[in-house]
Design a protein around this ligand. Structure first.
Ligand SMILES: Cc1cc2nc3c(=O)[nH]c(=O)nc-3n(C[C@H](O)[C@H](O)[C@H](O)COP(=O)(O)O)c2cc1C
Length: 165
């Protein structure tokens, strides 16, 4: 047994890899999304999820504006888009759907855009935003969900996306 830095220890917890999309699918300047790994289930009944989002993210602005978002679970098909565009540039400067080539589709029960190549898309209505240190905990109520692609999700662990084996 050896003592480790607590923040490094947290990296050993496997995280999901998702792209949170939000905004108006028909307005290129007011739609976007971001890659996130700090996300989890929060309640069974009602069905709630939580995503920790830094206050400066454009995606957070869009979530506040519309009160809705979609969690797109990332598999191998979305890996490049998740790292090369959704997780590295700001939606204030570029339309990430155009830049990444990721196919956008309209969600069914919320107005936010979804990604056609997600493993599943989980449609959420904003329940509340809780300040949590240097991130905002965005709590969403799951109102609908769709299996989009027959792929296994990637897991984000020790700063790499890994395939489930
Ligand atoms: C693998 C990965 C995981 C990330 N996880 C988070 C996260 O959980 N919360 C967060 O605020 N940013 C996270 N980011 C950073 C955002 O995705 C990134 O800053 C993005 O460009 C924000 O875009 P936006 O300003 O258009 O919303 C992550 C990035 C990567 C590559």
């Amino acid at each position: 047994m050896s003592r480790v830095n607590p923040m490094e220890a947290l990296d050993y917890m496997p995280h999901p890899l998702i792209i949170v999309t939000a905004g108006d699918p028909d307005k290129p300047g007011r739609r976007g999304g971001m890659t996130a790994a700090w996300a989890c289930r929060a309640s069974w009944d009602p069905p709630l999820v939580a995503v920790a989002i830094a206050p400066e993210r454009f995606t957070l602005e869009l979530i506040r504006e519309k009160g809705e978002f979609v969690i797109n679970v990332v598999g191998p098909s979305l890996r490049d888009a998740a790292f090369g565009v959704f997780g590295s540039v700001s939606g204030r400067q570029v339309d990430k759907f155009e830049k990444s080539g990721a196919k956008m589709v309209k969600a069914k029960s919320v107005t936010a855009p979804a990604l056609a190549d997600a493993v599943v898309s989980i449609e959420c209505k904003l329940e509340k935003i809780v300040e949590a240190g240097d991130h905002m905990l965005v709590v969403g109520r799951v109102v609908d969900a769709y299996k989009m692609r027959e792929e296994e999700p990637l897991v984000f662990h020790l700063w790499r996306a890994r395939e489930l084996k």
